[in-house]
Design a protein around this ligand. Structure first.
Ligand code: C2E
Ligand code: CA
Ligand code: CA
Ligand code: CA
Length: 279
């Protein structure tokens, strides 16, 4: 082995160690933050087409580490999954979101329904229906005011546990949305058999809708499919007025995106909804 190779190996090894140590540090910080209740949840309104009112929001978790700053969920959800922390984290997010939705519901002009993202690992846990039941019981949220957003791939992953779990939860009156629709592989038979209430068209199809005719046709086809199956169709990642006009013309039921509002903390969310719903 040449000296050059030796040092090359040592460097790679050192980098691997650094990445490992960083990951372990994040994992420990995340574990501590979950136990101390330091994560928060923000809410992004879903705009009902028609009267333009807001009855629902998507809950999105936020983690602000005192030393590192904001760490995006795209980064730490995977860490939580690998570290065996997603059950604990998911239950915390679910309970927080249910509790906060109960408080908006007291206001007649407020929104009543919250949609919570659920990871594939949570959905595959035989104890998950009990976690949902407990969150509803502890907070007093009506099951019909809870939506669980699950991705296509999570649902198709391990149907032996996922299907019975979804059916048990649907029996409570909780509804399901298929998230990031169009990005996984859709098994149309499963779409038909699953207790699904809505489809969320992924942002990547919405992005180029006004410029790219193929993307526009794909959006149109997905919206038509959803409507044919009697599902509520939601488009995410709407950033411009033009995009909203296209999606409205294609028959979308609800729109969500920065054009209407960024995710808001619970106080901002209540104010936003009250102002908008009293127009
Ligand atoms: P997602 O479920 O597809 O959520 C939509 C993401 O797009 C959110 O990012 C939201 O802030 C962002 N977004 C909404 N409108 C716009 C827009 O108009 N333009 C742009 N550029 N972005 C927009 P966020 O909060 O960073 O979440 C990223 C992903 O992390 C989520 O994708 C979801 O897969 C996951 N995630 C977030 N919160 C949770 C959670 O509480 N539990 C679980 N299991 N996953 C979560
Ligand atoms: Ca989502
Ligand atoms: Ca998405
Ligand atoms: Ca997603």
């Amino acid at each position: 082995v040449s000296a050059h190779n030796k040092s090359g190996f040592a460097l790679a090894n050192h980098e691997l160690n650094a990445a490992f140590v960083e990951r372990l540090d994040l994992e420990n910080r995340l574990r501590r933050a979950i136990h101390r209740g330091e994560l928060s949840v923000v809410y992004q309104p879903k705009i009902n087409l028609g009267r333009g009112q807001i009855s629902e929001a998507e809950a999105l978790v936020r983690w602000n580490d005192p030393d590192i700053g904001m760490i995006p969920p795209s980064r730490f959800i995977a860490i939580a999954e690998n570290a065996g922390l997603i059950g604990l984290l998911g239950a915390y997010i679910l309970t927080t979101a249910c509790q906060e939705a109960v408080s908006w519901g007291h206001d007649t002009r407020g929104a009543s329904t919250v949609a919570v993202n659920v990871s594939a690992i949570q959905l595959q846990d035989p104890g998950f229906p009990d976690t949902v039941r407990k969150a509803l019981a502890d907070t007093g949220l009506s099951p019909e005011n809870l939506i669980l957003e699950v991705t296509e791939s999570a649902v198709m992953d391990d149907t032996d546990i996922v299907l019975p779990n979804m059916r048990a939860i649907a029996t409570m009156g909780v509804r399901f949305a298929i998230d990031d629709f169009g990005t996984g592989y859709s098994n149309f038979d499963n779409l038909r058999r699953l207790p699904i209430h809505s489809l969320k068209i992924d942002k990547r199809f919405v992005d180029q809708i006004t410029e790219n005719q193929n993307d526009a046709r794909i959006c149109q086809a997905m919206i038509a499919l959803g409507r044919a199956l009697n599902l509520v169709v939601v488009a995410e990642g709407v950033e411009t007025h033009e995009q909203s006009l296209f999606l409205k013309a294609y028959g979308c039921d609800q729109l969500q995106g920065f054009y209407f509002s960024r995710p808001l903390n619970r106080v901002e969310f209540r104010e936003f909804v009250e102002a908008r719903n009293s127009q």
